[in-house]
Design a protein around this ligand. Structure first.
Ligand SMILES: CC(C)(COP(=O)(O)OP(=O)(O)OC[C@H]1O[C@@H](n2cnc3c(N)ncnc32)[C@H](O)[C@@H]1OP(=O)(O)O)[C@@H](O)C(=O)NCCC(=O)NCCS
Length: 406
């Protein structure tokens, strides 16, 4: 019997049990109860073998920062298929259904973090941000002595963090493409929910805020896993997030984190590939940066998606798109771009460039160039010079970045 994907109408517990088995973790009702208010905001699909639920996939709705503005986005999460039903098309049925639903809902793009990079390309997702991880031996990190501190760092308790962090984050998130708006349910479920089983042997999350005389202007979230051996302390400081509303605040938060005593190793989760740290320390190589795929993005509706972002130069180009899953995107599109925005319309004119919709997703936030895609054998330049023109139009000052995995 073929596996069918349809709107899920069971309880959060029914859903959690299936997805936890898919991920190989054990289901914890208390954990589900804690994230229930966030789950209640999800649009959920189930995959069914007859009446039996064998998989699930969800989205929640947010605003994604894009160059020059923001766009409504569906954030895909909690996708899994029971091991008993893998490779029988359950995910394929769910992804097709989910993209049709997102199209109908009206979010021009969808975003996700992939457990494995090979899964989502076939559904038109492209790597939209490149993710840099840091793993540094703390004693080898020396900061260049560029400027004296402008403020100070203080600890805040969880309640004060709940009061202060969302507003600071909301200022920062508009400054770089790839950030998404966090509803209160997200803060509660994904950030301030820190039970012992999330800590992997480490301590609780710690919150610090950076301030100048007059105002709070940044925060960091981290935890410490203590370790000692015969030679002394060698604990690990795990950075979850560093958000400054100014370069000085960001810099001083990083100096603080690398200055904590008794720490052997500093690890940081997603960082931008052009992290300011590279230019702040005297030996960038010692940061131990490693690159990988970050957030994946799917252009669900090409016209609105391209019209929501700003462009670095004025030009008019015809893009030919292949899209086997969302066929309403396939064909030729005229992009009339300017610094103020864009007009996008279907056209019969000859194409200047051609590409798969997943490649347009990779260009969309400015995370890669068309020249870079051509070098990898992806995309086609049909009119001489069109690749450079397209890159001049899509160019962004900062690399896109998504700080948290959802
Ligand atoms: C990843 C997962 C959801 C795939 O579900 P599935 O129902 O087996 O997927 P499908 O049968 O629809 O597979 C569709 C295609 O993707 C391929 N594919 C699926 N999962 C893959 C993986 N992890 N790596 C590489 N290819 C994969 C299949 O081989 C198939 O290719 P084909 O069309 O060429 O035959 C499932 O294996 C799972 O639950 N994994 C553990 C949890 C997880 O990683 N979830 C994703 C969270 S982002």
């Amino acid at each position: 019997m073929p596996i069918d994907a349809r709107t899920f109408s069971g309880s959060s517990h029914d859903y959690g049990k299936v997805v936890d088995v898919a991920f190989g973790s054990s289901y914890d009702p208390a954990e589900m109860a804690a994230v229930e208010p966030f789950f209640a905001t999800f649009d959920v699909i189930g995959a069914y073998d007859g009446d039996r639920m064998v998989g699930g996939g969800a989205v929640w709705h947010t605003m994604l920062t894009v160059p020059g503005g923001e766009v409504a986005a569906s954030a895909v999460t909690a996708v899994g298929v029971l091991p008993t039903h893998r490779r029988r098309g359950a995910l394929t049925a769910m992804m097709r259904r989910q993209l049709a639903d997102i199209h109908q809902h009206g979010d021009p793009v969808a975003v996700l973090w992939a457990s494995e990079g090979a899964i989502y390309g076939r559904f038109g997702y492209g790597m939209a941000t490149v993710n840099a991880l840091i793993e540094a031996e703390r004693s080898r990190i020396v900061f260049r002595d560029d400027a004296p501190p402008t403020g100070s760092v203080r600890f805040v308790e969880e309640q004060e963090a709940r009061d202060l962090l969302p507003a600071l984050f909301d200022t920062v998130r508009r400054t770089r493409a790839g950030y998404f708006a966090r509803p209160a349910e997200y803060w509660n479920a994904e950030i301030f929910h820190d039970p012992p089983q999330h800590r992997r042997g480490g301590g609780p999350l710690l919150y610090v805020v950076h301030d100048t005389d007059t105002t709070d202007d940044g925060f960091a979230i981290y935890r410490i896993s203590q370790e000692w051996d015969a030679r002394g302390p060698k604990s690990t400081l795990q950075v979850y997030e560093v958000e400054g509303t100014s370069p000085a605040a960001t810099g001083e938060l990083w100096r603080y984190l690398f200055g904590v005593d008794l720490i052997g190793t500093v690890r940081a989760r997603p960082q931008p590939v052009d992290s300011p740290l590279l230019w702040m320390v005297s030996e960038p190589r010692r940061l131990g940066m490693s690159l990988g795929d970050g957030m994946w993005l799917r252009i669900v509706d090409v016209g609105p998606a391209l019209e929501r972002r700003g462009y670095a130069a004025a030009d008019e180009l015809v893009l030919e798109l292949r899209d086997e899953v969302c066929d309403w995107n396939a064909g030729r599109w005229s992009l009339e771009a300017s610094r103020e925005g864009a007009r996008v319309s279907p056209t019969d004119r000859e194409a200047d460039v051609a590409m798969d919709v997943a490649d347009l997703a990779a260009l969309y936030l400015g995370g890669s160039s068309f020249a870079g895609l051509l070098a990898a054998g992806r995309g086609e330049e049909r009119t001489a010079g069109a690749a450079a023109r397209l890159d001049a139009v899509f160019r962004t000052d900062l690399a896109p970045y998504c700080p948290l995995i959802f």
